[in-house]
Ligand binder design. Sequence first.
Ligand SMILES: [Zn+2]
Length: 308
Amino acid sequence: MIPFAGSPLNRASEKRIDPEWVAAKRRDPSSLILPLWRLEPLLLGPDKSAGPLQLGFLRPEVADAIPGAAGPCIFLGLDGDTALFAQDVAQGAENPATIAPLAGLGHFRDARTAAQMVSIRDAAIIAQAKAMIDWHLRHGFCPRCGTPTRMMDAGYRRLCDNCNSEHFPRVDPVVIMLATHDDACLLGRGKIFPPGMFSALAGFMEPGETIEEAVRRELMEEASVRVGEVTYYATQPWPFPSSLMIGCFATAQSRDLKVDENELAEARWLERRLARELIEGKKVPGLSIPPPIAIAHHLIKAWALGER
Ligand SMILES: [Zn+2]
């Protein structure tokens, strides 16, 4: 399973449109609330712990006592009969983990790090909670008329009372692709990557474009690599802030390569033998690939192990 994918929750979209049902569940003492402070989820356990840790789901009476718990509250879904919510607690000045009622209970950790310290199901919940609260905090005004909008459907819609326009949480599709040519795959090093770190090439899709067309365009723009067949592998929610990574393989027509220096620091073809060693955790001098939290790791792994 790819991290941030595989949520276990029933989003109950037919129930969350009923404000009375949502309000009753939010008050229900058996419901569970995940606080996020500055978009960082609460983890139970001490700050220095290396994990694995549990997400800091709290009973409503505890969550409501957190100073600063006045921001957006999002319905995440049902876990069996239990309703789960995410609550923004970043409206106060202090880190709430250091004061009552959370002092000694846990700590807030950035979503990327936290996702690597919890179970795969909890990582998927982090992706949903962080992307949703982030969207509300950045989209308080109507893009058509500038009037403040209000949250509807437990967080899955905003409504402008002035011009009646509706606004929905963003998901921004990104293609990420491993171009291959016989026994080599194409990797690039972004300008902000550490030295020696290479990954699959990626880019935002544009309006009026299919996934296959975006894959071909990005490979041509960034590396002047022309590809034939494009096949889908898997997708990954990537809540930084609201992307959906669409993982693909693409068959290159040659190994000719010309890097666009505005996009990449460098690019190279990597032999399958070396890719397999990196996936197996062996040290290859001067070369590294992204960790398993990134779908690029899984693309390289599937190809290196001959699964594609
Ligand atoms: Zn409006």
